[in-house]
Write a protein that binds this ligand. Sequence first.
Ligand SMILES: [Zn+2]
Length: 231
Amino acid sequence: MARPRVFPRGGARRTVHGTTLARVTDLDLIGIAARLDETTSYTLPAFADVACLPRSVVYAWIGAGVIPPGRGAGGTGTRRRWTGAELRAALTAAAEGRRLPVQWDVAPLTRYRLGDRDPEAVGAQSLRSRDYRRELAEACFPPAARARVIALIGAGTPVDQAAAAVNVTRSLVYGRAHRDAEFGRALDDAGHALCIGGVCGSATAYRDGCRGTACRREHNDAAQRARAGQA
Ligand SMILES: [Zn+2]
């Protein structure tokens, strides 16, 4: 799918305060807009979740005028909110270049996230890169989505399809299982539902595409036996 761009191709990248803005336009703003529900009221964390962006980027967008400040901003004890319709209008306008960012004076780490690669930005990123990857993974695959994946797989939905149902990749699901022991166990337990008794747990079933728990175990054991044989 072609991604919307605000700025023309070929060298006409705009900079403000020396910061390249092209990166924000590489994001699929129209895709994000399409995931919003017009009548829902979104808090900033809720919008960041839907957009699969760190919250700091949403703050940067507010600072840059990509999206409006939201109702409740600046008040005491209130959280800023937007309707899905407001956010969708702002994102669509940004994607179509009708509302260009006018100010982009943000922290080095945020500038890195938006595409800057000067020493200051790279330094901030290397300090935070692991945290950042976790933050992104968490934003894209929040607890509710993880629970849904487990429920779907437990009901016999293949991992690929279960992942697609919550807009993540299979590798993100397995990556999470690798880092998060609790989720890994839940995935293993649910994955038993994918295997067929009497057929699964063999190299053939894995080759035929079964990624149920019995088949994955057999596949991993076989790989280990092969490595041991080579050693
Ligand atoms: Zn199987």
